[in-house]
Design a protein around this ligand. Structure first.
Ligand code: PNS
Length: 161
């Protein structure tokens, strides 16, 4: 039986913390679907397709991993559509846990989908998409927190000229 999981997120943009969690999910499951779940009401820095391209670039050709965009959908419906009964998420802190736990319980309530939490790599515990964007917006250096391509794209879009 093929074990498939979903790694969901906004990924605006993907960080090296996300990459670490996805790589580790790929070592635990036969197939990983990285689901870019964008909220159509929220304007991001990157379009959903740009986010997908940046994730694909960051992961290289990791076997068994695919990246797909799903707009305005429940995560449990995405899981059903791709045939996954497990969600995998990285946790950086107890604050993350407090945010993720109700969603994990709600998802299990809705369809029985389980959530597996992976402890985040400690050296990346301070890395989030929103903080990376804020640092880049004011011209700070985000090298080592995101891929070089994401760093360069953020600088091109956000750095004041
Ligand atoms: O990277 P993020 O912003 O922490 O990801 C949050 C995300 C996209 C995984 C979450 O908001 C989500 O699952 N959205 C899809 C809509 C949904 O299913 N909402 C109910 C969750 S209980």
């Amino acid at each position: 039986m093929t074990r498939r999981c979903v790694c969901p997120g906004s990924y605006d943009p993907v960080t090296l913390g996300h990459v670490d969690a996805i790589r580790r999910a790929a070592s635990l499951f036969d197939e990983v679907v990285v689901a870019v779940l964008h909220n159509p009401a929220k304007q991001g820095v990157f379009t959903p397709d740009e986010r997908r391209a940046l994730i694909e670039d960051a992961l290289g050709d990791l076997p068994g991993v695919s990246v797909e965009v799903f707009g305005g959908r429940l995560l449990v419906d995405v899981c059903r559509e791709v045939g996954a009964d497990v969600v995998v998420k990285g946790l950086r802190s107890d604050t993350d846990f407090a945010y993720e736990l109700p969603m994990a319980l709600m998802n299990r309530h809705l369809t029985g989908v389980e959530t597996v939490f992976l402890p985040g790599e400690p050296s990346l515990a301070h890395v989030s998409s929103s903080l990376v964007k804020e640092v880049a917006r004011y011209g700070g250096d985000v090298s080592g927190l995101v891929t070089d391509r994401v760093r360069d794209e953020l600088a091109a879009r956000l750095t004041p000229r």
